[in-house]
Design a binder for this molecule. Structure first.
Ligand code: AP5
Length: 197
C-alpha cells in the first residue's frame, strides 16, 4: 500500500498532479476540497455548514473533514493505496490520520510538498476563475487562502519532516515537467512502481 499526501498552497497543482499520480500508479484519490464541494452541490446538511467557510477561504472544522476522510479510508477495501490531496491541513488532521492508519497497520509513506511562488498562485487561480465556478477564486479570497495556508497548514510540514517522509518538488514548470519530477521521487521511494505507465 502506497499512501501518499500531496501538499502545497492553493493553486500549486495538488489536484492536477494527484490525478496524474492516481492514473499512472493505479492509486485512489481522496480530495477533501472536492468532497466538500460535492456536499455543497448536494445541498446536504454538511454542505450547508461548510459553504460560507469555503467561500471565504477559511478551513472547515477538523471534525467535519476528519469524519469524511476517515470514512473514505475505512470504506476502501483493496487497492494500491490512496493519494490524499489537500488533506491533512492541520496538525490534528495529520495526527488522527496517522492514528487511524496505524490501527489498520498502514501508514503514510510519502509527503510530496509542491512549492510555487505567490505570483504564480494568483496567475493560475485567476486563470481558471472564469470557468471554475468557485466563489473562493477571487484576488481577495486568494490572499486569505494563502495566509491560512502559511499560518495553519504550512507548519504541518514539520510533522512529516520529523518522520522523514517529506519530499519537496518545485511546481514552477509546465504540468508534465512537474509530473516527471514527482514520478522520479515516487519511483525512488517505491522502486516496485517504476514499471507503471
Ligand atoms: P481545495 O479544493 O483543496 O483548494 P486549494 O487548496 O485552495 O487548492 P486549489 O484547488 O485551488 O489548487 P490545487 O493546488 O489543487 O491546484 P490545481 O491542480 O487545481 O480546498 C478548498 C477549500 O476547501 C479550502 O479553502 C477549505 O475551505 C476547504 N478544505 C479543503 N480541504 C480541507 C481540509 N483538509 N481541512 C479544512 N478545510 C479544507 O491547479 C490550479 C490551476 O492551475 C488549474 O487551473 C490547473 O489547470 C493549473 N495548473 C496546475 N498545474 C500547473 C502547472 N504546472 N503550470 C500551469 N498551470 C497549472
Amino acid at each position: 500500500m502506497h499512501n501518499i499526501i500531496v501538499f502545497g498552497p492553493p493553486g500549486s497543482g495538488k489536484g492536477t498532479q494527484s490525478q496524474n499520480i492516481v492514473d499512472k500508479y493505479a492509486l485512489s484519490h481522496f480530495s477533501s476540497g472536492d468532497m466538500l464541494r460535492s456536499e455543497i452541490a448536494k445541498g446536504s446538511s454538511c454542505g450547508k455548514k461548510v459553504e460560507r467557510l469555503m467561500a471565504g477561504g477559511n478551513l472547515v472544522p477538523d471534525d467535519i473533514v476528519l469524519k469524511m476522510a476517515l470514512k473514505y479510508a475505512v470504506n476502501r477495501k483493496a487497492g494500491n493505496g490512496v493519494v490524499f490531496d489537500g488533506f491533512p491541513r492541520t496538525l490534528l488532521q495529520a495526527e488522527l490520520l496517522d492514528k487511524h492508519l496505524a490501527r489498520k497497520k498502514l501508514d503514510i509513506a510519502l509527503v510530496l510538498a509542491i512549492n510555487i511562488t505567490e505570483e504564480e498562485i494568483y496567475e493560475r487561480i485567476m486563470g481558471r476563475s472564469s470557468h471554475s465556478g468557485r466563489p473562493d477564486d477571487t484576488p481577495e479570497i486568494i490572499e486569505h487562502r494563502i495566509q491560512v495556508y502559511l499560518d495553519i497548514t504550512y507548519p504541518v510540514i514539520e510533522y512529516y519532516k520529523q518522520q522523514n517522509k517529506l519530499a519537496w518538488v518545485s511546481g514552477m514548470a509546465p504540468v508534465d515537467t512537474v509530473f516527471g519530477r514527482i514520478c522520479s521521487v515516487i519511483e525512488t521511494c517505491f522502486p516496485a512502481l517504476a514499471g507503471n505507465g
